[in-house]
Structures are given as structure tokens and as C-alpha cells.
Write a protein that binds this ligand. Structure first.
Ligand code: GLN
Length: 386
């Protein structure tokens, strides 16, 4: 077996969701909503399933979806794109895999930010990349010039970026993006920018696409996800958007990863992307409300949280909450004995993990949150006794 994968455990999201299913625990671990998806988008998919072709769509995606993605980013983020620049993939993870397989040559150095989403590092290693990790430190998780200077070198070929950032829930600001852009330009590096949480931002924050920074349009592969935009995470419809030459390179790998993506789901995503601004504003407001409900409830149980600017996630600081246990022991006991699943942040580290932070998904109905927090209250009592 390939050593990259032989060394890896099952993904923490799958492991925790499996444990939650086995024990019928409330799942505040893996990031998926239990409310909030648009019924009309689902109805479109159903209509397309029975009424339209179910044979292979074009390898780069249905023209209507490619056009809808380009137009959507024009309307929402001011990007000037055309459909030629869009490659539709089977989820954002496939878009990232195809981009890394296409753009990394063995021995190329790749800059990544730690904590890192669990798929990034194995995909970089499998593509032959040599990782250079930039450490983000709680509670601010800021990108600094010193940290970038230590990671970039004349051999840097690519950067894997994620904004808003999972698991820290940070939305990096314009200063941080400009800094990263300057390093990419100075080192002639490509950025694979995972922006799947671009619509899930709070408190009036506005998403800044990395490709809009000076010098970045021609060197950024922007990754997006219909699953995240429409709260339909199981659909696995995503895309990579890049300058035409770069997009063509990504397509060369994509054609041998999944080749195409179900056309019916693509048609529904195309329809959904055309929704009015109000839809997206209302969606954000509902998730923000859920964040506030979870935050108030866990604080009511004596937990201390870190700020959540975007994503579906709120992080709890165990040490600051007076719990001495490490995140993995806490999450294991919480799911096995207290009826609630959460994600230990240490799972997002390749080295020297932060072990006092636990990630909770708040994209849940109030009753789900209430049940989950009851479990967290039990966990607190257990750990205080220990
Ligand atoms: N993005 C989701 C999360 O962070 C997990 C996706 C998955 O399970 N592969 O929870």
C-alpha cells in the first residue's frame, strides 16, 4: 500500500460520526447542517433526475453550471470570470485533489497552514510535494510575515490556503491576504484557495477572494462547493476556478480522478447559484443565530469559546474552561459516555498539536443544540471529578 495512506487513520470526521451513530449520540462533530437547505434546489435536482439526461455530462461540467459559477462570483465577489475558467468537480475535495495532482511536481515545496483540514497534507504528499507548514496560533490564529518568511523558499511552487478557515473559524482580513499575495507573487507560487465557506460568514464580514489580490488572478485556483453554499453536503458538487491555462491544467488531472459529476445535481446547483441576494443573506442570518444559540448555551455551562467569524464551527478552549483533559480524551469520553460527538482540534495537526481545543458544529436546530449541550454539561462534570 502507498505509505502516505498506510500511515493514516480513518478521517476524524468519519470516525466521530460512526461513533455517534453507534451510540446514538448527538453529532456536533462532522460539519453538516440539520436545517437550512433550499427545497426549491432539491426539487430542481429531482426534476432533472427524471426529466433530463443521466448520461455523462461534459468532462469540465455542464455549460449552464460553469456559466452560473462565473456569473455568481461576478455578482457576489466582483470577479470577472467566464465559463471557460470553471471546472466542475465531485465536491471541493476532488477539486483540491485534481489541482494538487496537476500542479505539484515531485520535490516541489508546498506551503500549508496548520491547523490544516485533514485532506490537504495527504494529497500534497501523494502528489510528491514537500510540505512547509505555517503555524497559526490561538486565540488570534493570525497570519504573520515572520511565519510566511520562514516557510517560503526559492523552491516554493504552491500554497494551499483556506479562507474562511476550518477548523479555526477565522476569516482572514485584507492585511493578511495582501501579505500572502505578496509572498506568492514574489516566489512565483500558485495558490490553491479553498473558499468553500465563502457564504458562511457572520457579523457583516465580507468574503475576500484571494484571486482579487494584486497579482493573484493568474496564479490562484479558487475552490468552491455547492454542498456548502446550499447546505447539501452530501451532494459533492464543487468546482475549481482559475485563469484559462491553469484551469486547463487542473482539468487534465480531473479527467482521471472522477471525470464527471452527476448532471442532475449540476443542473440544480446552476439554478441555485442564480438565487437572489436575499436568499444568501437570510441563510447567513440563520447560521449566525445558530452560532449564537450554541455559544450562549455552552457559555451557560461554563465553557470558554474562541471567536467564530465564519464556517459552521465554534471552538471551545478546554484549558480556559478549567478542564485539564486533552481534546482527544475529552471527545472520546463525550461520545462514549455523554451522548455528544465533537471534533478534537489536534486531528488537524501534522506536528506539535494544540490539544486544548474542541470544535463544535452549530449548523443545527435549537433542539439538537440543546441536546448536544446537555451532553457537554455531563462531560464537564465527569472531567471535573477526574
Ligand atoms: N468539511 C467537514 C468538516 O470539517 C467534513 C467533511 C468530511 O467529513 N469529509 O467537518
Amino acid at each position: 500500500m502507498n505509505p502516505v495512506f498506510a500511515r493514516l487513520p480513518t478521517s476524524i470526521f468519519e470516525a466521530m460520526s460512526m461513533a455517534a451513530r453507534e451510540r446514538t449520540a448527538v453529532n456536533l462533530g462532522q460539519g453538516f447542517p440539520d436545517f437550512g437547505w433550499p427545497d426549491d434546489v432539491v426539487a430542481k435536482a429531482a426534476e432533472a433526475l427524471t426529466g433530463a439526461a443521466s448520461q455523462y455530462p461534459p468532462m469540465r461540467g455542464l455549460p449552464e453550471l460553469r456559466e452560473a459559477v462565473a456569473a455568481h462570483y461576478g455578482r457576489h465577489q466582483g470577479l470577472a470570470l467566464d465559463a471557460e475558467q470553471v471546472i466542475v468537480t465531485s465536491g471541493a475535495t476532488e477539486a483540491i485533489a485534481a489541482s494538487l495532482l496537476a500542479l505539484i511536481a515531485p520535490g516541489d515545496e508546498v506551503v500549508l497552514f496548520q491547523p490544516l483540514y485533514d485532506a490537504y497534507l495527504p494529497l500534497v504528499l501523494r502528489a510528491g510535494g514537500v510540505p512547509r507548514l505555517v503555524r497559526l496560533t490561538p486565540p488570534g490564529w493570525r497570519i504573520t510575515e515572520d511565519a510566511l518568511a520562514a516557510a517560503f523558499s526559492p523552491n516554493t511552487r504552491l500554497v494551499v490556503f483556506n479562507n474562511p478557515h476550518n477548523p479555526t473559524a477565522r476569516a482572514f482580513d485584507e492585511t493578511e491576504l495582501a501579505l500572502l499575495a505578496r509572498f506568492c507573487v514574489d516566489h512565483d507560487a500558485i495558490a490553491v484557495s479553498d473558499e468553500v465557506w465563502e457564504h458562511v460568514m457572520f457579523d457583516g464580514l465580507v468574503h475576500l477572494p484571494l484571486s482579487a489580490m494584486p497579482g493573484m488572478a493568474e496564479r490562484t485556483v479558487k475552490i468552491g462547493s455547492a454542498g456548502k453554499i446550499f447546505s447539501l453536503t452530501g451532494w459533492k458538487v464543487g468546482w475549481a476556478v482559475a485563469a484559462p491555462d491553469l484551469a486547463a491544467q487542473v482539468a487534465r488531472a480531473h479527467q482521471f480522478v472522477t471525470f464527471t459529476t452527476p448532471p442532475n445535481l449540476q443542473a440544480a446547483a446552476a439554478y441555485g447559484l442564480g438565487k437572489e441576494h436575499d436568499y444568501f443573506t437570510a441563510m447567513r442570518a440563520r447560521f449566525q443565530e445558530a452560532r449564537d444559540v450554541l455559544q450562549a448555551a455552552v457559555e451557560g455551562e461554563g465553557y470558554k469559546v474562541l471567536p467564530a467569524e465564519g464556517t459552521y464551527f465554534l471552538n471551545v478552549d478546554l484549558a480556559a474552561s478549567g478542564i485539564a483533559a486533552d481534546d482527544m480524551s475529552f471527545c472520546t469520553r463525550a461520545v462514549e459516555q455523554c451522548g455528544v460527538a465533537a471534533i478534537p482540534l489536534s486531528a488537524f495537526y501534522a506536528e506539535a498539536p494544540v490539544t486544548n481545543v474542541v470544535r463544535l458544529c452549530f449548523a443545527k436546530r435549537p433542539e439538537t443544540i440543546e441536546q448536544g449541550v446537555a451532553g457537554l454539561a455531563t462531560a464537564r462534570i465527569l472531567f471535573e471529578k477526574a
